[in-house]
Design a protein around this ligand. Structure first.
Ligand code: MN
Length: 202
Protein backbone atom coordinates (compact mmCIF):
# COMPACT_ATOMS: atom_id res chain seq x y z
CA UNK A 1 0.00 0.00 0.00
CA UNK A 2 1.43 3.33 -1.04
CA UNK A 3 2.36 5.94 1.53
CA UNK A 4 0.53 9.29 1.63
CA UNK A 5 2.04 12.65 2.53
CA UNK A 6 0.99 13.03 6.20
CA UNK A 7 -1.10 16.11 7.00
CA UNK A 8 0.64 19.07 8.57
CA UNK A 9 -0.44 19.61 12.19
CA UNK A 10 -1.16 23.30 11.35
CA UNK A 11 -1.87 25.41 8.27
CA UNK A 12 0.95 26.36 5.90
CA UNK A 13 0.91 29.98 7.10
CA UNK A 14 0.71 29.11 10.82
CA UNK A 15 4.44 29.49 11.56
CA UNK A 16 4.63 33.02 10.15
CA UNK A 17 6.36 35.38 10.60
CA UNK A 18 9.16 32.99 11.57
CA UNK A 19 8.82 30.39 8.81
CA UNK A 20 6.87 31.60 5.79
CA UNK A 21 4.01 29.99 3.92
CA UNK A 22 6.33 30.03 0.89
CA UNK A 23 8.86 27.86 2.75
CA UNK A 24 6.10 25.41 3.75
CA UNK A 25 4.83 25.35 0.15
CA UNK A 26 8.26 24.20 -1.01
CA UNK A 27 9.51 22.29 2.01
CA UNK A 28 6.29 20.39 2.77
CA UNK A 29 4.47 20.66 -0.57
CA UNK A 30 7.45 19.87 -2.82
CA UNK A 31 10.36 18.32 -0.87
CA UNK A 32 8.42 16.17 1.61
CA UNK A 33 5.96 15.19 -1.15
CA UNK A 34 8.86 14.19 -3.43
CA UNK A 35 10.30 11.85 -0.79
CA UNK A 36 6.88 10.16 -0.51
CA UNK A 37 6.49 9.89 -4.29
CA UNK A 38 10.03 8.55 -4.79
CA UNK A 39 9.66 6.03 -1.95
CA UNK A 40 6.39 4.70 -3.38
CA UNK A 41 8.00 4.21 -6.81
CA UNK A 42 10.97 2.38 -5.28
CA UNK A 43 9.04 -0.11 -3.15
CA UNK A 44 6.07 -0.74 -5.46
CA UNK A 45 5.70 -4.45 -6.19
CA UNK A 46 8.68 -5.36 -3.97
CA UNK A 47 8.97 -7.23 -0.67
CA UNK A 48 8.50 -4.02 1.40
CA UNK A 49 5.46 -2.79 -0.52
CA UNK A 50 3.10 -3.49 2.40
CA UNK A 51 5.51 -2.74 5.25
CA UNK A 52 5.18 0.17 7.67
CA UNK A 53 7.41 3.20 7.15
CA UNK A 54 9.48 2.24 10.20
CA UNK A 55 9.92 -1.31 8.85
CA UNK A 56 11.09 0.04 5.48
CA UNK A 57 13.62 2.30 7.24
CA UNK A 58 14.98 -0.47 9.48
CA UNK A 59 15.21 -2.93 6.56
CA UNK A 60 17.22 -0.49 4.43
CA UNK A 61 19.40 1.06 7.16
CA UNK A 62 23.09 0.29 6.73
CA UNK A 63 22.53 -1.60 3.44
CA UNK A 64 24.33 0.26 0.64
CA UNK A 65 22.25 -1.53 -1.99
CA UNK A 66 19.12 0.05 -0.48
CA UNK A 67 20.48 3.57 -0.03
CA UNK A 68 17.82 5.15 -2.24
CA UNK A 69 14.99 3.51 -0.33
CA UNK A 70 16.59 4.41 3.00
CA UNK A 71 17.14 8.05 2.05
CA UNK A 72 13.59 8.60 0.87
CA UNK A 73 11.90 6.60 3.65
CA UNK A 74 13.95 8.22 6.41
CA UNK A 75 13.33 11.67 4.94
CA UNK A 76 9.57 10.99 4.95
CA UNK A 77 9.77 10.01 8.63
CA UNK A 78 12.19 12.80 9.64
CA UNK A 79 10.07 15.52 8.03
CA UNK A 80 6.82 14.37 9.64
CA UNK A 81 8.67 14.34 12.99
CA UNK A 82 10.05 17.84 12.27
CA UNK A 83 6.62 19.37 11.53
CA UNK A 84 5.42 18.10 14.90
CA UNK A 85 8.57 19.40 16.59
CA UNK A 86 7.27 22.94 15.94
CA UNK A 87 4.01 24.72 16.71
CA UNK A 88 2.59 28.22 16.28
CA UNK A 89 3.50 30.32 19.33
CA UNK A 90 5.93 27.64 20.48
CA UNK A 91 9.48 28.14 21.64
CA UNK A 92 11.07 29.15 24.89
CA UNK A 93 11.78 27.17 28.01
CA UNK A 94 10.20 23.72 28.35
CA UNK A 95 7.70 22.62 30.99
CA UNK A 96 6.78 19.28 32.51
CA UNK A 97 8.91 16.14 32.54
CA UNK A 98 11.19 17.25 29.69
CA UNK A 99 12.07 20.41 31.64
CA UNK A 100 13.09 18.35 34.68
CA UNK A 101 15.15 15.98 32.55
CA UNK A 102 16.90 18.83 30.69
CA UNK A 103 17.96 20.33 34.03
CA UNK A 104 19.07 16.91 35.29
CA UNK A 105 21.01 15.85 32.17
CA UNK A 106 22.33 19.14 30.73
CA UNK A 107 22.53 21.17 33.96
CA UNK A 108 20.23 23.96 32.69
CA UNK A 109 18.02 24.94 29.77
CA UNK A 110 20.74 27.36 28.62
CA UNK A 111 23.27 24.52 28.52
CA UNK A 112 20.83 22.41 26.46
CA UNK A 113 20.26 25.34 24.08
CA UNK A 114 24.00 25.70 23.63
CA UNK A 115 24.46 21.97 22.89
CA UNK A 116 21.48 21.76 20.50
CA UNK A 117 22.42 24.99 18.68
CA UNK A 118 26.02 23.85 18.29
CA UNK A 119 24.87 20.49 16.89
CA UNK A 120 22.71 22.25 14.32
CA UNK A 121 25.30 24.86 13.41
CA UNK A 122 28.18 22.39 13.06
CA UNK A 123 26.36 19.73 11.02
CA UNK A 124 28.42 20.26 7.86
CA UNK A 125 26.14 20.43 4.82
CA UNK A 126 22.70 18.84 5.01
CA UNK A 127 21.31 17.08 8.04
CA UNK A 128 19.43 17.20 11.31
CA UNK A 129 19.85 18.12 14.98
CA UNK A 130 18.05 15.94 17.52
CA UNK A 131 17.09 15.70 21.17
CA UNK A 132 16.90 12.01 22.03
CA UNK A 133 16.34 9.75 25.02
CA UNK A 134 19.56 7.75 24.95
CA UNK A 135 19.92 4.07 25.82
CA UNK A 136 21.22 4.99 29.30
CA UNK A 137 17.90 6.73 30.05
CA UNK A 138 19.43 10.21 29.79
CA UNK A 139 18.69 12.97 27.32
CA UNK A 140 21.29 13.60 24.64
CA UNK A 141 21.81 15.83 21.62
CA UNK A 142 22.71 14.29 18.26
CA UNK A 143 23.45 15.56 14.78
CA UNK A 144 23.00 13.37 11.72
CA UNK A 145 23.99 13.91 8.06
CA UNK A 146 21.58 13.78 5.10
CA UNK A 147 18.69 11.40 5.88
CA UNK A 148 20.33 9.60 8.83
CA UNK A 149 18.02 9.30 11.84
CA UNK A 150 18.48 8.13 15.45
CA UNK A 151 15.37 6.00 14.88
CA UNK A 152 17.76 3.31 13.60
CA UNK A 153 19.87 3.34 16.79
CA UNK A 154 18.98 0.49 19.13
CA UNK A 155 17.37 1.73 22.36
CA UNK A 156 17.37 5.40 21.33
CA UNK A 157 14.10 7.38 21.20
CA UNK A 158 13.93 10.60 19.16
CA UNK A 159 12.13 13.38 21.08
CA UNK A 160 12.56 16.45 18.85
CA UNK A 161 14.27 17.32 15.61
CA UNK A 162 15.36 20.39 13.66
CA UNK A 163 15.97 20.23 9.91
CA UNK A 164 19.21 22.03 9.01
CA UNK A 165 19.10 21.30 5.27
CA UNK A 166 19.32 24.65 3.44
CA UNK A 167 15.81 24.14 2.03
CA UNK A 168 14.48 24.45 5.62
CA UNK A 169 15.63 28.06 6.05
CA UNK A 170 17.02 29.58 2.87
CA UNK A 171 13.90 31.48 1.74
CA UNK A 172 13.41 33.06 5.19
CA UNK A 173 16.95 33.34 6.56
CA UNK A 174 19.16 32.97 3.45
CA UNK A 175 22.52 31.62 4.62
CA UNK A 176 22.00 32.58 8.30
CA UNK A 177 21.58 29.09 9.76
CA UNK A 178 22.36 30.30 13.33
CA UNK A 179 19.47 32.81 13.11
CA UNK A 180 17.12 30.02 11.99
CA UNK A 181 18.28 27.85 14.90
CA UNK A 182 17.73 30.71 17.35
CA UNK A 183 14.22 31.21 15.92
CA UNK A 184 13.43 27.48 16.09
CA UNK A 185 14.28 27.41 19.81
CA UNK A 186 12.91 30.83 20.69
CA UNK A 187 9.63 30.87 18.73
CA UNK A 188 8.71 27.44 17.37
CA UNK A 189 9.91 24.42 19.32
CA UNK A 190 7.01 22.23 20.53
CA UNK A 191 7.81 20.92 24.01
CA UNK A 192 4.37 19.26 24.23
CA UNK A 193 5.52 16.93 21.44
CA UNK A 194 8.76 16.10 23.29
CA UNK A 195 6.79 15.41 26.48
CA UNK A 196 4.38 13.17 24.53
CA UNK A 197 7.29 11.23 23.02
CA UNK A 198 8.77 10.76 26.50
CA UNK A 199 5.42 9.45 27.78
CA UNK A 200 5.10 7.09 24.81
CA UNK A 201 8.62 5.76 25.45
CA UNK A 202 7.96 4.83 29.09
MN1 MN B 1 13.83 19.20 4.84
Amino acid sequence: MAFDLPSLPYSRDALQPHISEETLNFHYGKHHQAYVTNLNKMIEGGPMADASLEEVIMDAAGDASKAGVFNNAAQVWNHTFYWHSMKPAGGGAPTGKIAEMIDRDFGSYDAFKEAFSTAGATQFGSGWAWLVLDKDGKLAVRKTPNAETPLTEDGVTPLLTMDVWEHAYYLDFQNARPKYIETFLGELVNWDFANQNLTDAS
